[in-house]
Design a protein. Structure first.
Length: 201
């Protein structure tokens, strides 16, 4: 009789944020400035209001090996009034803690909460996300456009967020110009986003 393989240990735990605590609000703002998006005090206030209204659940990502550290954050957001879908957004891990699978572990931990009250909905049938279109990496003309608009190089082919989510079962169902080309400097041109979905029931 073969031995049962040991169960994989989780890489991280999720801690609900408390943005009424100034030190947590300050740490979130610090991490958002490193991220480069949603970097103002008004963004923090918006998260706090949505959390108090139970429309958003924002979590700290804490490594199991170092439970005293808050190495990133991620949010689970209710969509519509019937609870049939939720949205996962704002996934961020500090650069010095990337590469060990903690982002995937955090994302999967939040997925598991999609059908759990009070964070998700017992009626949830689909999880939605949006991310920068992989076309900015796959198409040479769009690679040049991305660099021209943002001043940054796009991710290498095969290493986009859209493909990362695709490997976890998400399917692109539409594309739409969504993201301002530069944080805090909205222009006429919006970057193309891919909207993705995973059916869970």
């Amino acid at each position: 009789m073969s031995a049962t393989p040991p169960l994989a240990q989780p890489k991280c735990t999720l801690e609900p944020t408390n943005l009424s605590e100034q030190s947590q609000a300050d740490e979130l703002l610090r991490q958002r400035k490193i991220c480069g998006w949603k970097t103002g005090p008004g963004d923090i206030a918006s998260w706090k209001e949505r959390a108090e209204a139970r429309a958003t659940a924002l979590f700290w990502i804490k490594p199991v090996a170092h439970p005293d550290l808050r190495v990133g954050h991620i949010s689970l957001n209710k969509v519509g009034d019937d609870g049939a879908a939720v949205n996962i957004a704002d996934l961020f891990v500090l650069p010095e803690h990337r590469g060990g699978g903690i982002a995937r572990a955090a994302f999967q931990a939040v997925e598991a909460l999609a059908t759990t009250e009070p964070y998700g909905s017992v009626n949830c049938r689909a999880i939605l996300i949006d991310t920068l279109s992989r076309k900015y990496s796959d198409d040479e003309d769009m690679r040049l456009e991305y660099t021209r608009l943002t001043g940054e190089q796009p991710k290498p082919k095969g290493r986009t967020n859209e493909e990362w989510y695709g490997r976890m079962g998400y399917v692109t169902y539409k594309e739409k110009p969504t993201y301002p080309e530069k944080q805090g400097q909205p222009g006429e041109k919006l970057l193309l986003a891919s909207y993705m979905k995973k059916e869970i029931r």
